[in-house]
Design a protein. Structure first.
Length: 461
């Protein structure tokens, strides 16, 4: 049995039977049979209606879905409610974009050999989708990995994070209530070897993964030939702050970007490179803001920073911070555990370049600030890691901003905004070791389809 615990109180809040290895073949076959029998495919208008109903049902359950997400994931109530509202909007975006899954005309007659023909493409569902999700957005990530598959016309098998399966279950129940036929979305709770068996089966056409790079790249190496994939891993997001940055606007943004969901976001503000003329002031202001954050029970509306997902993550973050301080980093605030589940919002000034807080995704409530004199050198250091996801620069100079956008190695560069900014219709994904493929509702839908060309020959043309 999988037991689910509150990350804040550590009380058990759920229990699920584990699917054994001998059952996984039947689960895959159920999805595969739906895809193989074209007469069972869901027509675009059917998918659209189901998703529209799904969004409406979700709107009646905002409070319930919020509490489920808070209880299992630990993200504070206010932020979890925002996640639920985003998830509803994501379902609506998916429904709206079903009509955009289309092909186009391919010109003929441009050479003598192509005379007498017309040609066009269509987009078809790619096949069975296997999705493996993460804990940090327990409802919205499932929307991005499940709703997109349904919208594209693909049967989907989803494995939620073992710490947060309850939001996934709730969404699937809503989909069924909205009219999704049996077998089109199946949730699996299983051990890793069973999940690997699922993902690497040759009946899986598309693999969607959100989680650690080590696991994601390993599973990609094991995929059956022809299985496409999208992998979304973490980063160590860099921020460049120029002397002309607007402090009043910047500080709330950096504090929110660094400590939102206790830093457990793949694009959290982690490495802030501040010009030497403002570094001391900026670091002190960020530390002062971090000290004011309310840490504790995520169910309270006033809480701004909740628990880490597991006690061992508190141990890890504490170890990394202690290592950096012992190696010479200046501890401006925090640095200690509050309990077995919560860690103080922490700001470190000039940690060594080789410390783990400088080289590896922290995934905890820790922001590192580094002084620089040469912007080009700061960008070079920002780009020096093998993980590249989102980055940002704060400046009033448009030329400097555009130069940074060009030179920062990232899939997205925010100007005068924190690195964790995201809306669900924008392209979102890591590059290099941080991932492959592109997320975002309509982008995922497109990747879950494939193109088919029809060439029609006629003597009348």
């Amino acid at each position: 049995m999988l037991k689910v615990y509150s990350p804040y109180t550590l009380e058990q809040i759920g229990e699920y039977p584990l699917i054994p290895m001998e059952s996984i073949d039947g689960i895959i076959q159920t999805a595969y049979d739906l895809f193989e029998d074209r007469s069972k495919w869901l027509k675009p208008h059917q998918r659209k209606t189901i998703l529209q109903r799904c969004a409406k049902i979700m709107e009646t359950q905002i409070e319930e879905l919020t509490k489920i997400a808070v209880n299992e994931g630990g993200k504070p109530y206010t932020d979890s409610k925002v996640e639920v509202l985003r998830a509803i909007n994501g379902v609506e975006i998916a429904a709206e974009n079903i009509g955009e899954l289309k092909g186009g005309e391919v010109p003929m007659g441009l050479t003598p050999a192509s005379e007498g023909r017309i040609a066009f493409t269509q987009r078809e569902p790619i096949g069975v989708v296997a999705s493996v999700s993460a804990f940090n957005h327990p409802l919205n990530l499932i929307v991005h990995q499940v709703i997109t598959a349904v919208a594209a016309g693909c049967p989907v098998i989803v494995k939620p994070a073992p710490t947060t399966p309850m939001s996934c279950e709730a969404l699937i129940d809503i989909l069924k209530e909205a009219g999704l036929p049996k077998g089109w979305c199946q949730m699996v709770i299983c051990e890793n070897d069973v999940a690997e068996r699922l993902i690497t089966d040759n009946r899986i056409n598309y693999f969607s993964f959100i989680g650690s790079a080590k696991v994601g790249w390993y599973l990609r190496s094991k995929l059956s030939p022809g299985t496409r994939c999208a992998l979304e891993h973490g980063g160590a997001a860099p921020v460049i702050v120029e002397p002309d940055a607007n402090f009043e606007e910047m500080l709330p943004s950096l504090i929110k970007g660094g400590f939102y969901h206790a830093g457990q976001v793949c694009v959290s503000v982690q490495r802030v490179f501040a010009h030497e003329s403002i570094c001391k002031e900026l670091s002190e202001e960020i530390a002062a803001g971090a000290k004011k954050l309310k840490v504790g029970d995520p169910m309270y509306a006033a809480t701004e920073v909740g628990p880490l997902i597991l006690p061992r993550e508190v141990d890890r973050v504490e170890d990394w911070v202690n290592e950096a301080v012992e190696a010479g980093a200046e501890l401006l605030c925090g640095g200690k555990r509050i309990s077995n589940t919560c860690f103080e919002p922490t700001v470190l000034l000039n940690p060594p370049a080789n410390a783990r807080v400088s080289t590896t995704e922290i995934f905890g409530p820790v922001v590192c600030i580094y002084s620089y004199s040469d912007r080009a050198e700061a960008i070079k250091i920002a780009n020096s890691l093998d993980v590249h996801f989102q980055a940002s620069i704060f400046t009033k100079n448009i030329d400097v901003a555009l130069e940074a956008v060009q030179k920062l190695n990232a899939t997205a560069v925010m100007v005068n905004d924190h690195t964790a900014f995201r809306v669900d219709w924008m392209p979102f994904g890591g590059r290099d070791a941080s991932g492959i493929g592109m997320g975002g509702i309509q982008y995922s839908m497109h990747e879950m389809t494939r193109e088919k060309l029809m060439v029609f020959k006629s003597n009348l043309l």
